[in-house]
Design a protein around this ligand. Structure first.
Ligand code: NAG
Ligand code: NAG
Ligand code: NAG
Ligand code: NAG
Ligand code: NAG
Ligand code: NAG
Ligand code: NAG
Ligand code: NAG
Ligand code: CA
Ligand code: CA
Length: 590
């Protein structure tokens, strides 16, 4: 028996983590969002494309990412940059062809990367052939969309059937001359809502899922789910009393247009399509991630209805760089961890194509801290492209603004609406257009800071945001992060910390100082941690580096920094040896 232990101990020198075989691939993944117009341009037209993405997939492997999702690449008149889809089963020529897509998936598979598609089920483009046929009342498309007669006033004027307001402002109803009726659009008027009360629409959208599954995708990120169903009796929404402007989305409550029970039931049906596909193919789960800007209870409910997870936007919606550690712990971390269902997989999102970048919403100094928090809390981490190098928002003039949400505004107000600043090209290196394109002019200007802030420079540097990011994705591969428990503690108003523990693993502690001044703290609250700790990963602006020794009872942490700490003695030895010795002992005791 002792011989057995020694043999296992030697084996442990070769492989080091003891990850439980029960976790499915998606439960521990680090997921990366590619905004396809901005990642890599292969043909010099100034717009990113699929061949460009394929040519740069090695970067994701180098960064330690497991899966990526691509924002919409379907044919689209681009009234809402691809969220207005004119064919759910093709690729827009700007991005390439279905062959390019197949090649991209094949290359991704060969590199061990999973591919997630964006699924935009709420609406199509008004140029989709379904809508063109629906306007002409051609069956079976007549009721594919939500058509209503207007209200005819005494003087003959026709007005919309009710007071529903579009998310983008103005009535949610647009008159159509051909059909002589109003159609519903919860977003832009070029995005008519599909009629989910119609079984043929339900079946057609399931075919869309299968079409992409057949092309090898591993799952879907589902857009704007809460808006799927509307009350079929079309009552007026109650007024909020918050504004007198009937064109403002905040003018009415959204009791009849958001979060309907039928919406959750549809998510459940899509899950059945995915599970059925898995059962009839290779047994590997295909996943569904729900984009739902909703309160905690309505968000968590997606877990009960088949979503693998609903995105956790707490670190985007509830807090920012002006928040104290106390606020971040309470409104972002605890709000999620205390409400997520037992055994459900958590997830953390710090940026996306609709929000300012981390360096701007928080501060450039906090980029590493946010990545550390995002990647070391339990569950899935989601990284918006460029956050691995700490890209910043780029100011864009009114003339150069292309986001419809910005263009719909005037020169004085567009900056609060435009999402362009967070969508500028990926900064690969210091060459023309930051290595994004050979074209000196790109669809959105490259950030002016690209000569110094770029991937190549950060790869070459001894310490950089990218090096921190790589260290984090490597640490995520260990069982303590993949399966460990989490214990979040407020140390003082400016500093919070959390500890990840897993039997047989060296614990990992994260300490984050959200204040503009350095703090000296004690981590005594974590009984299980050793008195002397070693810095394993540190924010680039902290004065500490990997291997520095710090005291548990008197730890100085610089402004806006985060540190990843492990117990000294054990961490000196490759942790895997200990893990497997303990595992082996436990095994032989059975
Ligand atoms: C360069 O990009 C601009 C758009 O930013 C485009 O108008 C022009 O045609 C592109 N040049 C080439 C050679 O494709
Ligand atoms: C809607 O108006 C058309 C005439 O434009 C009429 O034929 C139809 O019956 C009306 N539908 C309802 C439900 O009132
Ligand atoms: C018809 O009546 C409505 C409501 O009173 C009014 O807003 C509208 O201007 C009138 N239209 C015409 C053509 O008189
Ligand atoms: C389940 O999958 C099989 C094979 O892919 C397919 O023929 C069948 O229609 C699917 N059933 C459902 C309910 O999706
Ligand atoms: C969450 O939102 C739902 C739907 O809008 C609402 O009914 C519920 O009261 C909200 N819960 C909380 C705690 O605000
Ligand atoms: C830190 O300073 C910046 C810039 O003055 C400020 O915007 C931010 O709110 C401060 N952070 C905190 C947590 O006070
Ligand atoms: C969670 O998982 C554990 C271990 O697999 C199991 O014993 C427990 O019943 C699960 N709890 C729920 C609520 O599913
Ligand atoms: C976060 C996100 O993707 N939001 C999208 C929700 O849906 C509308 C309409 O499809 C888009 O405009 C948003 O970008
Ligand atoms: Ca291109
Ligand atoms: Ca809808």
């Amino acid at each position: 028996m002792r011989m057995g232990i020694i043999v296992l101990g030697l084996i442990a020198l070769l492989g080091c983590s003891s990850v439980n075989g029960d976790t499915e691939w998606w439960q521990t993944m680090s997921l990366y969002q590619i905004y396809p117009r901005s990642w890599k341009d292969s043909d010099g037209d100034g717009i990113g494309d699929l061949q460009g993405i394929e040519s740069k997939l090695e970067h994701l492997v180098d960064a330690g990412v497991d899966a990526f999702w691509i924002s919409p690449i379907y044919p689209s008149p681009m009234a809402d940059f691809g969220y207005d889809i004119s064919d759910f089963m093709d690729i827009d020529p700007i991005f390439g062809t279905l062959d390019d897509f197949d090649n991209l998936v094949a290359t991704a598979k060969s590199l061990g990367l999973k591919v997630v598609m964006d699924f935009v089920p709420n609406h199509s483009s008004d140029e989709h052939e379904w809508f063109i046929n629906s306007m002409a009342s051609v069956d079976p498309y007549t009721d594919y969309y939500i058509w209503k007669n207007g209200t005819v006033l005494e003087n003959g004027t026709i007005t919309p059937p009710n007071n529903w307001v579009s998310v983008f402002g103005g009535s949610a109803w647009t008159w159509n001359n051909q059909r002589q009726a109003y159609y519903l659009h919860q977003f832009a008027e070029e995005q008519p809502d599909l009629n989910y009360w119609n079984e043929e629409v339900v079946a057609a959208m399931k075919e869309v899922l299968v079409f992409w599954l057949d092309r090898g995708v591993d799952g879907f990120r589902v857009d704007a789910i809460p808006h799927l169903f509307e009350d079929s009796t079309f009552p007026d929404e109650p007024l909020t009393g918050d504004t007198d402007d009937p064109t403002d989305y905040g003018y009415v409550e959204h009791d009849y247009t958001k979060h309907l029970q039928e919406t959750y039931d549809m998510v459940q049906q899509w899950r059945e399509v995915l599970d059925n596909y898995t059962e009839n193919s290779d047994g590997v789960p295909r996943i569904m991630m729900a984009e739902a800007y909703a309160n905690t209870s309505m968000t968590m409910k997606y877990y009960d209805y088949g979503a693998h997870f609903p995105f956790n936007f707490n670190l985007i919606s509830n807090v920012d760089g002006s928040s104290t550690a106390a606020e971040i712990k309470e409104s972002a971390l605890d709000e999620w961890l205390n409400n997520v269902p037992d055994n459900a997989t958590s997830n953390w999102v710090i940026g996306n194509h609709d929000k300012s970048r981390v360096a701007t919403r928080y501060s450039p100094e906090q980029v590493d801290a946010l990545n550390i928090i995002n990647l070391l809390l339990p569950g899935v981490s989601v990284t918006y492209y460029g956050e691995e190098i700490g890209m910043e928002d780029q100011w864009i003039s009114y003339e150069d603004t292309v986001d419809p949400q910005g263009c719909n505004q005037d020169e004085d107000t567009y900056e609060s609406y435009s999402r362009d600043p967070a969508r500028t090209p990926m900064q690969w290196d210091a060459t023309t257009s930051a290595g994004f394109s050979t074209n000196e002019s790109t669809w959105l200007p490259v950030n002016t800071n690209y000569l110094t802030l770029n991937l190549a420079a950060q790869v070459a540097a001894d310490t950089s945001h990218y090096k921190v990011y790589q260290a984090l994705t490597a640490l995520r591969k260990e069982a303590v992060i993949q399966e460990g428990s989490v214990n979040v503690q407020l140390i003082n108003n400016n500093v919070f910390a959390f500890m990840r523990e897993h039997s047989g693993s060296v614990p990992v502690m994260v300490v984050a100082n959200m204040a503009n001044n350095s703090e000296t703290v004690s981590l005594e609250v974590f009984d299980n941690a050793a008195d002397t700790l070693l810095v394993s990963i540190a924010s680039v602006d902290s004065s500490l580096t990997e291997g520095s020794e710090v005291s548990k009872t008197s730890l100085e942490i610089s402004a806006l920094s985060a540190l990843v700490l492990r117990s000294g003695a054990e961490a000196l030895i490759s942790s895997g040896i200990i893990i497997l010795f303990v595992t082996a002992l436990a095994y032989f005791h059975h």
